[in-house]
Design a protein around this ligand. Structure first.
Ligand SMILES: [Zn+2]
Length: 126
């Protein structure tokens, strides 16, 4: 049987144990529900909140993701528009941060759960 790779499970937001069940309830493009998580995996039943307040640490992952976005936007603007004025940087970064929020929120939690959740991949999980 074909096993899903770690990269594929991370990209699609799947359970760290079985790599099949979805961590989040809705699509990332659902603006009213992108932050809603399933409590347990629908496939293997593992809990997605190993301990209370577990996702507080995901803020640090989100910080790094957002910092990478800011640097990328700044470098692209600098080289594409030959060092535009400050308000262009500020506007682009604010708009970029708002548009990036669902991605940052979800992938910081997905990466944090896979890295520090203490859940190991089990290809035999139902
Ligand atoms: Zn699972």
């Amino acid at each position: 049987m074909h096993e899903k790779s770690l990269a594929s499970a991370l990209c699609s937001g799947n359970c760290p144990k079985c790599r099949k069940g979805n961590i989040f309830k809705t699509s990332i493009f659902n603006l009213s529900g992108f932050s809603k998580m399933n409590a347990h995996c629908s496939n293997c039943g593992v809990t997605f909140e190993p301990e209370p307040g577990f996702y507080t640490g995901a803020m640090y992952v989100s910080y790094v993701l957002t910092l990478v976005l800011f640097v990328t936007i700044s470098v692209v603007l600098y080289f594409l528009f030959d060092n535009p004025s400050d308000w262009v940087y500020l506007t682009a970064i604010v708009v970029g941060a708002v548009l990036f929020t669902p991605f940052s929120f979800r992938y910081s939690r997905i990466l944090y759960l896979h890295s520090f959740g203490g859940i190991h991949y089990d290809p035999t999980a139902v």
